[in-house]
Design a protein around this ligand. Structure first.
Ligand code: AMP
Length: 563
């Protein structure tokens, strides 16, 4: 297949805002594809080259992309940068420049899908000394062989900024439509495999029965079960029933541990493989988990070496990203594993097994060891007073609150089903993504400040502005998350500049508090947060998981009832 065929589809998808239309376009396109093309197309249509759990990364930044564009088109880097500050989108600039190229070489060669894909793969495997130059050469080749609109999407893919609006919902529906299989079966397979490309192939080749038969696989992270938030202990009991299991809600990060004999793999809540970052956890699991094969769901908490207290999430988040000097980090920030669920044991899925039994099995294979591995502290009760006391105790220990769980519930991956709920202190917060910022002046010169926040419209995967935030951001890193920290995170994500303002790729997620939600025509969401302030960085979240416009609407309504 020619890459240009896919480009045609990208353009069509980009032109329509309707999820239904997108589903149709996609279903028509993938319907007749043979297996290998289908796999690649499903990844590429999401702007990905590899599934989320695959460790490989292309490692291309805007700077390198602009340089490659300059050298492959013979346009000076100065001119390209000028264009970039006007247009922002590297893909669009490439399209424009290649169209206007003076020494119009006829496009003698056409890009096949396979060629483009294998070059993208090659970008990811190019590492070590001289990697930047080699990556640049590959990128240059890719651009030189491309028609204007092909270069546009290739570069956007390289920068993980495809923006054709194909989210999980559209993909699920398109696969269901193309191969005439049930949506719920597609969803089931996706929840367990975390990879639509594999799901699509199963749907095509084995239809409904193949999808239904998808089971957990060691080494493939599942989409973990999520929990809804409730207002307090009474509501928690109402939702999950009595008696319920009540557990500390540790303030760490979620870790899915896959043990297959001597092989241990670790995945975040976003299905990223972080095995290399946590050799200490790998060793500890090998030593303390008494099972040949299992998948454990857990929270990992940082330990303050001086005081022996648990550290807030913020402190260990550095360990998740760390790719070098890992040994140093292991010493600097030791961690405790707090397992709270068992998803599979000795090759048997426990998804249908009731929670109390899963917990029993968990306790059988793990002996808690203080400050090393401690099964989540739990009580079982029907008594509100006792539950409230436990909640208080949990907060006093520095936890975020408690989880209240139904004892008979299955493990339902990938969704907030309400088999468990979380209770946290009242402050209403929103999780939003930063999509813009402004270069500061005066003593904040050189820093990105005043962050534009957005919620999501999930169907379209569109990010809608809802306010600007500076409050809560510190001047110095020792005091918390600082302007310098945000600048470091946001600068590589800049996709457009205009004057002092920049637009950034929606990747940095923050939890914000606010005084009130107001209706506002100035922001795309139609709402504005009054006095938003930073509560914390949420590096464990994916942009599509942030709070939705619907949530904002509901919170707005609720607050109207209150006043
Ligand atoms: P939230 O991140 O606010 O949606 O709360 C859910 C998260 O709490 C889970 O994804 C886990 O990372 C974390 N957590 C901490 N302690 C527990 C626990 N005992 N059971 C389940 N999740 C927990």
């Amino acid at each position: 297949m020619q890459y240009s065929k896919l480009v045609e589809i990208y353009s069509k998808l980009e032109e329509t805002g309707s999820s239904l239309k997108k589903t149709e376009i996609l279903a028509d396109f993938i319907f007749g594809l043979e297996k290998e093309d289908l796999k690649k197309i499903i990844l590429l249509i999401q702007g990905k080259v590899f599934p989320d759990w695959d460790k490989r990364e292309l490692g291309i930044g805007v700077k390198l992309a602009l340089k490659a564009l300059s050298s492959s088109t013979g346009t000076s880097i100065k001119d390209i940068e000028k264009e970039w500050s006007k247009i922002g989108d590297v893909g669009e600039i490439a399209e424009k420049i290649i169209k206007n190229r003076k020494q119009k070489t006829l496009f003698s060669k056409t890009n096949s899908l396979l060629e483009v894909y294998s070059k993208l793969e090659k970008l990811a495997s190019t590492e070590g000394q001289g990697a930047v130059d080699r990556k640049m050469r590959i990128l240059k080749e890719l651009i030189s062989n491309s028609k204007p609109n092909e270069a546009k999407y290739i570069l956007r893919t390289c920068l993980s900024d495809l923006r054709v609006g194909v989210g999980a919902g559209v993909l699920r529906d398109a696969i269901s439509k193309a191969f005439d299989v049930e949506k719920k079966n597609v969803q089931h397979a996706y929840d367990l495999l975390s990879d639509f490309s594999e799901v699509a192939v199963i749907a095509k080749e084995k239809s409904n029965s193949g999808l239904e038969k998808v089971r957990l696989q060691l080494g493939k992270p599942i989409r973990v079960m999520l929990f809804q938030k409730v207002s307090g202990i009474p509501e928690a009991f109402e939702r999950v029933g009595k008696p319920a299991a009540i557990e500390y809600k540790y303030d760490g990060f979620r870790l899915q541990i896959h043990k297959n004999k001597d092989k241990v793999q670790l995945f975040t809540r976003r299905q990223e493989d972080v095995t290399n970052q946590f050799p200490d956890i790998v060793e500890r699991v090998k030593k303390t988990v008494n099972a040949e094969k299992c998948i454990i769901d857990s929270e990992v908490i940082g330990l303050d070496k001086k005081t022996g207290n648990w550290l807030p999430f913020q402190n260990i988040s550095q360990r998740i990203k760390r790719k070098y000097k890992i040994k140093e980090m292991v010493k600097k920030i030791p961690v405790i594993i707090a397992p709270f669920d068992l998803i599979s044991l000795e090759g048997n899925d426990l998804l249908e097994t009731e929670f109390s039994k899963r917990r029993k099995k968990l306790k059988k294979i793990i002996k808690s060891k203080k400050n090393k591995i401690e099964i989540a502290k739990q009580i079982i009760t029907s008594n509100e007073k006792q539950a409230k006391k436990f909640y208080k105790e949990s907060l006093e220990k520095g936890n975020e609150g408690v989880m209240v769980k139904n004892l008979e519930a299955k493990y339902k991956p990938g969704s907030r089903v309400g088999y468990g709920v979380k209770v946290k202190p009242e402050t209403e917060t929103l999780e939003v993504v930063i999509i813009g910022a402004e270069w500061g002046t005066g003593k904040r010169a050189g820093w990105l400040t005043s962050y534009t926040l957005a919620c999501v419209e999930p169907e379209k995967e569109e990010f809608l502005t809802i306010g600007k935030m500076s409050t809560g951001v510190k001047e110095k890193s020792e005091e918390g998350i600082s302007y310098a920290d945000f600048t470091k995170l946001l600068k590589p994500l800049i996709i457009k500049k205009s004057g002092k303002s920049v637009k950034v790729k929606p990747q940095v997620i923050v939890e914000v508090g606010y005084e009130e939600i107001q209706k506002s025509p100035s922001y795309k969401s139609g709402y504005a947060l009054r006095f938003p302030r930073l509560i914390k960085l949420r590096e464990d979240r994916k942009p599509e998981e942030i709070d939705t416009l619907d949530t904002v609407k509901n919170l707005y309504k609720k607050q109207r009832y209150r006043t």
